[in-house]
Ligand binder design. Structure first.
Ligand code: SAH
Length: 294
């Protein structure tokens, strides 16, 4: 598949051929991501499958890739240099990154773009952060590499720094992909069933659900057959009694959260019914069982 490049140099976006429907006005999508990376091809496969492909095809999301090397001026298209003070590895030079963001800003006079630097030193990405980000029209994602980026990018260019977890990867591409996927699935109309996102684990918003499920782990799900290798699905789920099913799901979600992630229950708005159920659990069991031995 060939890589399409925009013709104007300040829009040196690398896009992948999209279905005709996707070729809408550049900012006609609900949300546009501009990813600055030295590996635009890294993202190719994720746009060919599933949710992101669908979101782009139906115009809910626009995703553009900008090759950082297009914003260099030397013959070798150099994006990195040795760190001042010595030490191993290379660091992204500030100039190409500032230029790449300035080129994107050029299309939006008077407005400051939200610019996210992917960094293990940033604030932790959670479902709540995904829900916060989905309200933006545009997001610029800067993917670092090597030892990271010149600190002046963090201090004077980025409006936000986000980490996807307390571990170090070799580049910001996977974190950028992860953030785009989790934000795009929250955009209205992207998931087939509006309710399914509102019931996912950690979900902090209510989307037409009868009750809030702020930040709980999801309840267990089962599908056919009703009996598999001798294990039957819980009878209540095939009872057809919707109120019983609702209560069972709520109780299982509370129980799973209490056993595996009791931290999520702190500050969680519990109903009277929730409280009663947690009291029963606490009386019956001894200690919550954490997923990771601590
Ligand atoms: N020396 C840096 C790590 C650089 S890793 C440090 O110790 O803080 C190279 C690049 O990978 C980073 O610039 C960042 O863009 C990306 N990266 C690595 N781990 C990440 C994480 N947990 N979250 C977000 N981005 C990450």
């Amino acid at each position: 598949m060939s890589v399409a490049r925009a013709s104007r140099p300040h829009e040196a976006a690398v896009g992948f051929p999209m279905p005709q429907q996707a070729r809408r006005p550049r900012y006609g999508s609900r949300m546009t991501f501009d990813v600055i990376t030295i590996f635009p091809d890294f993202f190719r496969s994720m746009l060919e499958y599933g949710l992101l492909k669908r979101a782009v095809a139906c115009g809910q999301a626009g995703i553009r890739f900008h090759d950082l090397r297009d914003f260099t001026e030397d013959r070798h298209r150099t994006v990195d240099d040795r760190p001042f003070g010595g030490g191993p590895g290379m660091v992204f030079k500030p100039d190409p990154v500032f230029k790449a963001v300035a080129a994107l800003d050029a299309g939006m006079p008077g407005q400051r773009l939200p610019v996210i630097l992917l960094s293990p030193q940033g604030r932790l990405f959670t479902q709540a952060v995904a829900e916060e980000l989905r309200h933006q029209d545009r997001l610029v994602l800067i993917c670092g590499r090597y030892e990271g980026v010149d600190e002046r990018i963090a201090e004077h260019l980025a409006t936000d720094e986000i980490s996807i977890g307390d571990y170090v990867l070799s580049g910001g591409e996977l974190p950028a992909a992860l953030i785009m996927e989790s934000v795009v699935r929250l955009l209205p109309g992207v998931l087939g069933n509006e309710e399914s996102a509102s019931q996912d684990s950690f979900t902090t918003r209510q989307a037409g659900a009868r009750e809030s499920r702020h930040g709980l782990l999801d309840c267990p799900h089962y599908t056919r057959p009703a009996e598999f290798q001798g294990w039957r699905v819980p009878e209540v789920l095939i009872s057809g009694n919707h109120e019983e099913i609702r209560r069972w799901r709520r109780q299982r979600a509370l129980e799973k959260t209490w056993r595996r992630r009791p931290d999520l229950l702190a500050g969680f708005p519990l109903s009277e019914e929730d409280r009663q159920w947690l009291d029963i659990l606490q009386r019956e069991a001894c200690e919550p069982v954490l997923q990771n031995d601590e």
